[in-house]
Write a protein that binds this ligand. Structure first.
Ligand SMILES: [Fe+2]
Length: 135
């Protein structure tokens, strides 16, 4: 799956949108390198990057939720934690299973689909909440 960032994914909170774009950029690297050289250093580096960056991004988002006293912050935090577990499992599968293209495509699909839905539903809910505070 080609993840391609599009404007529908914008939450309107620049800090969050910049980080989401960065995530998609790296998920695309996985897709673009899946066929040619799944075992390449580029792929490993990208997975390492994603593992760290996903956690940093979630942490930053959660700080914004706390600052804004977002009522759904605990529920949202749990979703983040569940995704981190899924990602780590997939990455471990890739690391131990010898860098298979199928695993890589599965990671690409899982991460991009989860991100899309999470952003469209849950991150946008936070934006709506922030807007309701401004009224
Ligand atoms: Fe989130």
């Amino acid at each position: 799956m080609m993840t391609l960032w599009n404007q529908n994914l914008e939450t309107g909170i620049p800090e969050i949108d910049d980080q989401h774009r960065e995530l998609f950029k790296h998920v695309d690297i996985l897709f673009n390198n899946a066929d040619a050289d799944a075992a390449s250093e580029r792929v490993s580096k990208t997975l390492e990057f994603l593992e760290e960056y996903v956690e940093k991004h979630f942490y930053d988002e959660q700080l914004l939720h706390i600052d804004a006293q977002y009522p759904k912050r605990e529920k949202h935090k749990k979703m983040h934690a569940a995704f981190v577990r899924v990602f780590k499992d997939l990455k471990q599968h890739y690391d131990t299973d010898g860098a298979k293209v199928t695993v890589l495509l599965k990671i690409n699909r899982t991460v991009s689909e989860w991100l899309r839905i999470h952003i469209m539903v849950h991150d946008k809910d936070f934006t709506a909440y922030c807007k309701s505070l401004d009224k």
